[in-house]
Write a protein that binds this ligand. Structure first.
Ligand code: PLP
Length: 357
């Protein structure tokens, strides 16, 4: 079966196999990773290795702290303003869809949010040129969502934020291609697309942005506390951290993010190419800003949606139903989706359009 779920998404098959083999007895210790003390040598080695591998994969220098936090990406929507507003009262946000809106709504509880740019007017199908953005030099930070998982809208550029720290919600794009970390003040990603199980959230923060948390910031949301305690102020999500480590090793064996980026580019352009050349299917996003990871599409006749999904399920093409707020279909093709899965989907879409179109 191929799972096109947007999240929690599948882990690479070899990672699941390895986790199964090691589940009851990790490396002859007689313990499952789940049973280890997070302060014991074994787990500390697992945790350190995962961080080292992530740093290597994403090119994260020592100027940045890497934190393994909990509460998913959504908890970061509050954690970010509570840490980064500092003595400033407002931050800039770019609104490109549902996830940016959620980030804006949450940040608005802690300070003033200036929506510096929005693609709402065109139904979130493109991204306004940066020249038209109303960013401010005195903003505490500039937040954007490089890939809108639900809308399938993705930036093809990194915004220039000048001396204002750039903050990015990379939940659905992290590790899908090379990344210039030095452009960012803070990168965060809910793990459940390209990293590991849901709940875990990876935060990469430039060290000079630590130590700015407001007094009322809960300890468990304070980046400085996490940095000072190697993300072990409390009991971390040990098993998720371990699984993320296995994913990082797998990714390195695939050739890292450069190789993965090429594969992902190929997968996406194959599927968009097919959709564009077939009258029965459509994708509304302006071609320049189409997501490599989440590809929403509609059928020529909505009344056929259920038949399409049933036929897909019978062929082992799972979870193609679009988000409830958008309708239609959505194929999420994260790192763990092999190219053969995209080929199988295109074969099915071809047959369905021929038969029912
Ligand atoms: N941001 C983006 C871009 C997402 O895709 C998601 C979830 O899919 C989230 C935030 C929320 O993540 P979580 O469910 O881990 O809170």
């Amino acid at each position: 079966a191929y799972n096109f779920c947007a999240g929690p998404a599948t882990l690479p098959e070899p990672v699941l196999q390895q986790a199964r083999e090691e589940m009851l007895d990790w490396h002859g210790t007689g313990m499952s990773v789940m049973e280890m003390s997070h302060r014991g040598d074994e787990f500390v080695e697992i945790a350190d290795t995962a961080e080292k591998d992530l740093r290597e994969l994403a090119g994260v220098s020592d100027d940045y702290a890497v934190l393994f936090m909990q509460g998913g990406a959504s908890s970061q929507f509050a954690t970010i303003p509570l840490n980064l507003l500092g003595d400033k009262t407002s931050a800039d946000y770019v609104n490109t869809g549902i996830w940016s809106k959620k980030a804006i709504a949450e940040a608005s509880r802690y300070g003033h949010v200036n929506v510096a740019a929005s693609s709402e007017a065109d139904g979130f199908t493109s991204i306004p040129d940066q020249e038209s953005w109303n960013t401010r030099a005195d903003a505490a930070y500039l937040h954007y969502t490089p890939n809108e998982t639900i809308g399938g809208l993705e930036f093809d550029f990194v915004p220039d934020s000048g001396s204002v720290p750039l903050v990015a919600d990379m939940s659905s794009t992290m590790l899908s291609r090379p990344l210039e970390v030095s452009r960012f003040g803070l990168i965060y990603a809910g793990a459940q697309k390209n990293i590991g199980p849901s709940g875990l959230v990876v935060v990469i923060i430039r060290k000079d942005l630590l130590g700015r948390a407001r007094k009322i910031t809960p300890t468990m949301m304070n980046y400085q506390v996490f940095a000072d305690n190697d993300s072990m102020f409390n009991t971390p999500a040990t098993y998720s951290w371990y699984l993320a480590g296995l994913v990082f090793k797998w990714l390195k064996a695939q050739g890292g993010v450069t190789a993965m980026g090429e594969i992902n580019r190929r997968k996406a352009s194959k599927l968009y190419g097919f959709i564009d050349n077939n009258d029965f299917y459509a994708n509304p996003i302006s071609p320049r800003f189409r997501s490599w990871m989440n590809i929403p599409f509609t059928l020529a006749d909505d009344a056929l949606n259920n038949a399409f999904l049933e036929g897909a399920n019978e062929r082992g093409l799972l979870n193609l139903k679009g988000h409830r707020s958008v309708g239609g279909m959505r194929a999420s093709i994260y790192n763990a989706m092999p190219e053969a899965g995209v080929d199988a989907l295109i074969d099915y879409m071809t047959a369905f359009a021929k038969e029912r179109g």
